[in-house]
Write a protein that binds this ligand. Structure first.
Ligand code: 5GP
Length: 194
């Protein structure tokens, strides 16, 4: 088991509805040393890519993307959730359905912060059905930017997102892939990774 899998076993809890709760170390209270280690691990995995920007989505992606951007020495940009229906022409926009809140949001990135010269590493905390990542990919496409890869802290391998993104031909690296979890027993099974 790697460092993140060990921590999920120690401190994660399985909730009904296929939700893995990691709010005591990853997305509410944050273990900053663990986040730094996540940053170093993504740098190691994508070291062969020439990254100019790290892109994520608010809110919980920000804490993961920050140490990654620091490792690469590039800016981190996060897509903002926008309630406004009158979105002006200065932003790229994508519609994203939230897995946890079951609602749809427009997410926006200012055109000032992403363009066709950019080589982007997309980062998020969780991958479930893949809506968040597809929204971020679509924003990169609108900008003409190149998606070099996608890095996820925790992929739920029993949901379709990972398969969809890999089938589209993208390089997707997940630090922990949960292949099964049981809300009654609390059991969590990880996919073997090299
Ligand atoms: P997707 O768009 O892939 O369906 O869902 C990804 C987003 O939903 C992530 O950004 C994350 O915030 C949230 N999410 C999905 N599954 C879980 C989960 O099991 N636990 C937590 N805490 N968040 C999740």
């Amino acid at each position: 088991m790697n460092f993140l899998e060990e921590r999920i076993i120690k401190d994660g809890t399985v909730k009904p509805g296929n939700v893995l709760k990691v709010d005591n170390f990853l997305n509410h209270q944050m273990d900053v040393a663990l986040l730094d280690e996540i940053g170093r691990e993504f740098k190691r995995r994508f070291n062969d890519c020439k990254i100019t920007k790290v892109l994520t989505i608010e809110a919980s992606g920000i804490a993961i993307a920050y140490p990654v951007a620091r490792e690469f020495g590039v800016p981190m940009v996060f897509a903002k959730k926008s309630k406004s229906v009158n979105i002006d022409g200065d932003v790229y926009v994508a519609e994203v359905e939230s897995f946890t809140h079951k609602n749809k949001n427009n997410v926006i990135v200012s055109k000032r912060f992403l363009n066709s010269d950019d080589h982007v590493l997309i980062i998020d905390d969780f991958l479930a059905n893949g809506c968040a990542l597809q929204g971020l990919i679509s924003i990169c496409e609108s900008a003409g930017a190149t998606v070099e890869g996608l890095g996820i802290a925790i992929e739920k391998g029993f949901q379709i997102g990972g398969r969809v993104i890999r089938n589209l031909g993208y390089r997707l690296e997940s630090l922990a892939i949960v292949d099964g979890m049981n809300a009654e027993t609390g059991e969590i099974n990880f996919r073997e990774q090299k």
